[in-house]
Design a protein around this ligand. Structure first.
Ligand SMILES: Nc1nc2c([nH]c(=O)n2[C@H]2C[C@H](O)[C@@H](COP(=O)(O)OP(=O)(O)OP(=O)(O)O)O2)c(=O)[nH]1
Length: 178
């Protein structure tokens, strides 16, 4: 979160980037989730650390900045978890997290913008500090195997993303043992 303006594409689309921070890109076992402090509709729900890409910034640069600001970490990026939706601006495969005019949760305002997310696997870079809830979260947790989906109450839009991430983690493990 900074004062710079987020990028709103001509199609009225806002891009969010987020990190699926795990203990190991090669054999992911743990998944980091952060508990949001605001806005009111999202308070107490859990999410991937990340945020809005700012004007003049690439998605990757935005992701490194958000993870530094929110968690105080440096990361090595892994693969992107492509979503089933398509960006109206870039044509990238994304995760739609809010359709224009929809409300994400009780008490939330409708937004004329479409919110789409790009999510990347990542692990701590050598020498990085451990994550801390510096901004936007009041608690962090490393979810153990078997508790990625049910271990916390995710933001509504994240539920299908976590399910896909888990499938991907299982596929990564299988590839590693074949
Ligand atoms: N960071 C993040 N945002 C998510 C996730 N799932 C989800 O629906 N969202 C929504 C919540 C917000 O409406 C929006 C992201 O905005 P944000 O508040 O994190 O962005 P930001 O850090 O740049 O902060 P700000 O400019 O709003 O102050 O996307 C997720 O897993 N991570």
């Amino acid at each position: 979160m900074t004062d710079a303006a987020p990028v709103i594409g001509a199609a009225g689309e806002l891009l969010i980037v987020a990190g699926a921070l795990t203990d190991s890109l090669a054999t992911p076992r743990l998944l980091l989730a952060g508990r949001r402090t605001e806005p009111a509709w999202a308070r107490g729900l859990w999410e991937f650390a990340g945020g809005k890409v700012e004007s003049g910034e690439t998605a990757i640069a935005g992701l490194h900045r958000e993870l530094r600001e929110e968690l105080g970490v440096e990361v090595v990026l892994g693969d992107e978890l492509f979503g089933p939706d398509v960006s109206d601006v870039t044509g990238d495969r994304v995760w739609e997290i809010r359709a224009p005019g929809s409300v994400p949760g009780p008490g939330a305002e409708p937004s004329p913008l479409r919110f789409v997310m790009r999510l990347f696997w990542c692990e701590l870079a050598p020498g990085s500090p451990q994550p801390e809830p510096l901004e936007d979260h009041d608690q962090l947790t490393w979810l153990e195997p078997g508790s990625w989906r049910e271990g916390v109450r995710w933001l509504p839009a994240d539920e299908r993303i976590v399910a896909a991430l888990l499938d991907d983690a299982i596929a990564i493990h299988k590839r590693g043992t074949c």
